[in-house]
Each structure stands twice: as C-alpha cells, then as structure tokens.
Design a protein around this ligand. Structure first.
Ligand code: BGC
Length: 749
C-alpha cells in the first residue's frame, strides 16, 4: 500500500502507467490539472523554512507542477514533503535546473565540449552532471541545448554544439544517454529537456530572441536534425524556443509542437515553454495574456515556465470554449507521465538522499575526469616554430585579467557552480606543475574598458573584477613581472558574461584593454603563448599574425587551470577541433563550411574577382575553418581510395585513407569524412560532414582508416520536403578539417 495525504492508491507499480494516471486524473479538479502545468519562479526559499516561502501556499493548493533552479537537497526535500503531504492529492513535484555543462564539477561550455569530437567523453560529462544534480535533489535538467548556430554574434553559440547538424545530432544523442541512462530508473539518472525547439540559433543578425525566418529546406536539412536525434534517443521533455518560426512564435506554433514534433517524429514526452515564453507572445503581437496562453496550450505546449499565464487564464478559457478540457487533460497527463517515468509516484524522495551530496558532488573522481575532458576540448590554433609544448623548468609569467579569477573559469550557465571552490588559472597551474616551474603572475589589464559591460555584469550579479589601479599601473606591473620570466602565458579573452544568453556582440575582437596588454607583452621579445578564453569564435586576424602560439581554451570549467597546464607543458597533446568557423571579419557572418555554391562562386583561396560572389574588402575564406585544430605532432593523409566507383541503391562503398603520424609526439587525430552531392534536384552544399573517427596514432606509426558509405547517408530533404536520395555522382572527401581534404568520386546508380 502506498499513501499520499488523504488519498490511498493501491500499489501503482502493479498497474500500468495509463491505469495509474487514469485513476489519479479521475480525482483531479480542472484547477488541479492546470496546477500541474505550472512551473512558477521559486522565489527565495531558505532551507528549513520552505513552509513559509511564497510558493509553499501554492504547492499546498495543488497549483504547482514543478520548480526550477532551486539548489540544495534539504530544501528540495522540504518542498517535496509539502506537495506530498499537504496538497489534496499528494502529487510530487518536478525539480528542474539548468545543469548545462556540469553541476558543481563543471565541464567545458558545450561549444568547447563539442570540440572534443569524443562522444564517450560528452556522454560521460552528462552522466556525471546527472549524478551530481540528482544527489542534490534535481530530477530534470534543461539540457541538452542543440540549437545549430552559424553566426558568432549570437552569445548563445557558447551553449550549443556549433554549426553542423550531423555532429550536433551525435552529441544530442550522447547527452540524452548520459542524463537519462537506463530510462531514468536509477536515482542518479535524470530527465533531459531538449532546447530550444526550434531554430533558436538562427536568430536574424545573431541578435538574441530575434525572428527566425528560413526556408523549409534549410530548416529540415540543417537545423532540425539534432532535435530529431534527441527525440529518437528518448528525451523525456522539450523546451519551446523564444523566437518565431515561419511567422508564429514557437511557443504558440501548432505545426511545430504537434504536427512535426508529435505526429511526424512521435515524441511522447512533454513540452515546457521557455522562461516567460508564453506571456512574451503578447509582445510578439499574438494577443492578450488569455489569448497567448490558449494559443500555447492548443499548440501543444504542456507546461508554463514562470509566466503564470496558464494559472490565471485557462479556467476561463475552458469556460469560454477557447480551450477544451480534453486539451488540458492531455497536457496534464504528459506531465504526470513524466513524474511516473521518473519513479516519483513510487518514491517522491527518490532524489532526496541526504547522504549523497557529500560523497558525490565535486568529488575528486569527477574533477579528474573534468580535467581530462577540458584538456581535450582545447583547440591549438597556431604554434609557430613549435613554441609549444613548454618545458617544465624556469619561470613562467601568467599575465592577464583571466589569470587570477575564479568566477570566470566555469563559463556561462554554471548555475550550481561554487565559484570559491574553483581554482584560478594560476592556482590550477601551480597545482598541476608543483615546484618544477616557478609561476609568477600579474593582472596586466582590466577585462574591458567599456562601462556598459560592467553595468551588465553587475546586473547579472557578477563582478568583472575591475581593478582600482589605472591601466598604466596594471601594465607597468605586468611588464616588471614579464621581465623576470622565460616565457609569457597571456590569459586573455572574453569574460564569461560576454557570451551566453542575451550577450550578442556586434564586434568580435578581443577587448581593447587586453589587446594593448598583448601588444606590450609581445614587444618584450619573450616567447608569448596566448591562452584564449572565449564563448564564441572571435575575429583573431591580428593575434594570428602577431602571436606565435594560440591555444583556444573556451571556458573549460572547474578544472580549467590544471587542464591548461597539462596541454601547455605537453602532458596532453592537444586534439580539439573547431566545431564552428572562425571568421576574418564580422561582416562575413553568417559563415559556415557547408554553404552552397552560387552561380558565380569565388575560387577557393582567391581574394577578389569581378562579378563573383564575394566582398571587395575580404576574401570568402574563414580565418580558421570548421574542423580545424593543430597537434604537437603532424598527421599526413594519403589519397582517398574507394573499393568501387559505383554503388547501387542497396549497396555500400568503403572509403579508405592512410594516416601517418609524421611528428615526434603520439597523438589523437579527428579524421573527418565529407560528401558532396554533385548534381541534384535542389542546390546542395559544397560539402557536408557525414562521419568522423577520433583515433590514436603513435609517433612514426601509420594507420588505415575506413568509412562505410551507404545510400542512407546521401539522403536530404528535397523541394517538397521528402527525405530522398537521388542517383548521380558524389565526391567523398577525407581530411583533418573541412578545408584540407583529399577526394575521390563515385556514382550512385
Ligand atoms: C533560457 C533557458 C533556460 C531557462 C531557465 C531561459 O532564459 O532561455 O535556456 O533553461 O531560462 O533558466
């Protein structure tokens, strides 16, 4: 027997889910059903005083389906107790949080994580995030974020997996597996929420929340695949995007939420709006609060995050016939099903084991794994004269505004991170290197001089660590420190607030104060290594021209400092490859490798020719292409060999290439397979990623790598949005990045 407050259910787990929920719903009033659709702001809740919090009353009245971004297992347990013991039907709550790239053990920002091209590592990062979050009472994460983005101006490019739909789909699947594990049966497996459905990364001009207007072909070929992959992987929930899609905000878009998501893709979880996404449709011009709430639930959005629009209007809309009771029932059922799948009806305290946090959160085991994964996410952009790796001896000056800050290490959306536990770059390096290297340090400059940024950062409750000393004083100190060093490591770039939500930028240079510092450090004549912190591709023409070595470290998470030491001093040979194109100029954006040819294409590597599709002031090339990243060794690719030049519709081709590690270091290489469909019924990209393998090759060794190519891999959405494969010629390209490929041709008959 199992009892909730006054209601007694006969052992629900002997019944099937449907029967259990039918039974429960037969006891629910319309108001209680609408209550389940409500995810209000948690407000300030102090542990032990949950009963007197502002949401407590609503929980007791059955007006709350779940809460978000509350940290602390005791607090969560107290609130769950209220729901279970003091609401009429005792329905447990969902506790959701933005556990985006780790909980307290923080992994690299998702964009960095994607640059590992290592699906096991990515899955493991999600698994550890789930273990830690669930130990602290969380059963639902607002992740993975799978929005494809091709415009570095958009601050949220940092939260996604870059520009490619194929890689994005692989990552989406890995993340869902990592969070949900074995169908959320265990108490350390949590429900994923795929976001932001859909196309949020396609915001016009990279401005956050902006309109998205794209052809169905681009939508289905380039932007939809990762969401679909996450659905196929069994994700339990989806989050609606803020933007409009084809003229209707996603949050009120029935074609998106019902026809595509449920009918075509077979999604059977629930959909939550984004934060106030429902009432924001008033500003989109879709009606008043009652109108937009009705629009949303009728479209297929089941839960209202923070708007309170469902709570305040849906009863009236049912009375007025604007929303049917059946629609409310459907939404309510989906949320109850999620709770059932999570096992909360069997044990509402499944995620409230007070003994777990001390053992499982930010533990050594997790931190070691985070350090390894962080090192794998770094991308070596330049290494002139093999200045890296550095030798473990002498004096190294670590200089820059990112050298001694804890708050800026984890990166955007690290809701649960405890900044004071996170080593600074210098602390992490000292920990990793012990007394082998003398590390001296100076700040050198403020992060930026623009007061607007400071205002913004303060608004978000974070500090930019602004110094009371003048720019000149900071610089003088840095030069004194630099004078004592054998090598300078410049720790500069964006602060963590400069990317992420609502952090779009119209210029993508390194902030002026830091550029001045870098120039001064280079003038010392000492070797300078730039460790670049960033949440997005930056425009690095000047740095590329002037700085001998550049290691892009994104925001590497809680173990950033040690991981940087591991790579700079050669314990780890860098293997990260870019999953997003670095432009030469903001004016080139959006810029991505899988573009189409025009009728007047500019020859590759050409600067300017009249009447070609180009700019008069910059070539069409990126500074660093998709897939690019150096190693301390060099890999030599042989020719692409196909086992046959002709493939039938039920056939298969094997493409093979020999890769030699021609340098002095063992290393990992991400071997990339691209395909081009030469002639089709619609224009097709110049190449598309269709496979990759991350392989280890010892110095001097040669490995033979093969990819199987099947007609299924050649499919695309045609003009009528049918998913088809068309006969004809295809180029198979294999290489270390999207630019430097070798190719062979076959015919599909
Ligand atoms: C973001 C979501 C996030 C939500 C809850 C919104 O502002 O767009 O990605 O999950 O807030 O914190």
């Amino acid at each position: 027997m199992f009892a909730f407050s006054s209601v007694v259910y006969s052992n629900p787990y002997n019944n099937r889910m449907d029967e259990f929920i039918d039974n429960l719903m037969s006891k629910m009033t319309l108001e209680e059903k609408i209550g389940q659709l409500n995810l209000p702001a948690s407000g300030e809740i102090i542990t032990g005083q949950a009963k007197s919090s502002n949401v407590a009353e609503r929980i007791c009245k059955g007006q709350v389906g779940g809460l978000l971004n509350l940290k602390g297992v005791e607090r969560i347990r107290d609130l769950q107790k209220l729901a279970v013991e003091e609401s009429r039907l005792g329905i447990p709550l969902l506790f959701g949080m933005d556990v985006i790239h780790g909980y307290e053990t923080i992994f690299p920002i998702p964009l960095g994580l994607s640059c590992t091209w290592n699906m096991e590592a990515i899955e493991q990062s999600a698994r550890i995030a789930a273990i830690e979050a669930s130990a602290d009472g969380i059963c639902w994460t607002f992740s993975p974020m799978v929005d494809v983005c091709r415009d570095a101006r958009w601050g949220r490019i940092s939260e996604g997996n870059g520009e490619d739909p194929y890689l994005g789909s692989e990552i989406a699947r890995a993340m869902v597996r990592g969070y949900q594990g074995d169908a959320m049966k265990r108490n350390d497996e949590i429900m994923a929420c795929v976001k932001h459905f859909a196309l949020y990364g396609g915001a016009e001009a990279g401005r956050d929340y902006n309109s998205v207007d794209m052809s169905r072909q681009r939508m289905f070929n380039d932007y939809m695949p990762p969401y679909k992959a996450a659905v196929e992987a069994g994700a339990g929930s989806m989050m609606a995007a803020f933007n409009d899609v084809d003229g209707i905000p996603a949050t009120g878009n029935k074609w998106l939420m019902t026809d595509l998501l449920r009918k075509d893709w077979g999604f059977d979880g629930f959909v939550v709006s984004d934060y106030t996404g429902i009432t924001e449709m008033v500003d989109h011009g879709m009606g008043d609060v009652q109108d937009v709430a009705a629009l949303s639930v009728n479209a297929g959005v089941d839960m209202d995050m923070v708007s309170d629009a469902f709570m305040t209007t849906l009863v009236r809309s049912v009375e007025e016939g604007k929303v049917s009771e059946e629609t409310i029932d459907t939404a309510c059922r989906r949320i109850l099903e999620a709770k059932y799948k999570l096992g909360l009806f069997e044990d509402p305290y499944k995620y409230c084991d007070l003994k777990r946090p001390a053992k499982q959160i930010f533990c050594d085991k997790h931190r070691k794994i985070a350090r390894k994964i962080a090192a794998e996410s770094f991308v070596l952009l330049k290494n002139e004269g093999n200045i890296l790796p550095l030798q473990k001896k002498g004096t190294v000056a670590v200089i820059g505004p990112l050298a001694n800050t804890k708050a800026n290490m984890p990166g955007t959306w690290s809701v649960a991170a405890v900044a004071e536990n996170i080593p600074t770059l210098v602390e992490g390096m000292r920990f990793a290197l012990g007394d082998k290297v003398d590390i001296i340090t100076a700040k050198g400059s403020n992060l930026m001089s623009d007061a607007a940024y400071e205002e913004r950062a303060t608004m978000f409750g974070r500090s930019l660590n602004r110094d009371s000393r003048t720019d000149q004083q900071l610089l003088n100190e840095a030069l004194e420190v630099a004078a004592k060093a054998d090598v300078i490591v410049a720790a500069i770039g964006e602060s963590s607030e400069m990317s992420g939500e609502c952090s779009s930028r119209s210029e993508l240079d390194i902030p002026d104060t830091q550029r001045t510092l870098l120039e001064a450090l280079l003038k010392t004549g000492k070797p300078v290594v730039l460790t670049l912190f960033t949440g997005r591709p930056l425009v690095l023409n000047w740095e590329h021209k002037n700085v001998p070595a550049i290691l892009n470290v994104w925001f590497g998470g809680s173990e950033t400092g040690s991981a940087i030491a591991d790579v700079l001093f050669g314990d780890v040979n860098p293997s990260g490859k870019l999953t997003t194109t670095f432009p030469q100029a903001v004016g080139q954006l959006p810029l991505f490798y899988a573009h189409k040819n025009t009728g007047r294409p500019l020859g590759e590597g050409r600067w300017f020719e009249k009447f070609r599709s180009n700019y008069i002031d910059v070539s069409n090339d990126p500074l660093y292409p998709f897939g690019y990243g150096l190693s301390y060794t060099t890999f030599e690719y042989g020719d692409v060999i196909l086992n046959t030049k002709s493939m039938s519709m039920d056939g298969e081709i094997t493409a093979t290439v020999n890769i030699k590690n021609a340098g002095n270091y063992d290393g990992y290489e991400v071997v990339q397979l691209y395909i081009k469909d030469l002639i089709a019924s619609v224009t097709r990209p110049v190449k598309e990623l269709k496979g990759f393998k991350k392989i280890f090759i010892k110095a001097g060794e040669t490995k033979t790598i093969s990819f199987k190519i099947s007609p299924e891999m050649l499919k695309f959405y045609n003009f009528n949005i049918d998913y088809v494969v068309e006969v004809g010629d295809f180029d198979v390209m294999i290489g270390p990045n999207s630019r430097d490929v070798k190719s062979a041709r076959f015919t599909l008959r």
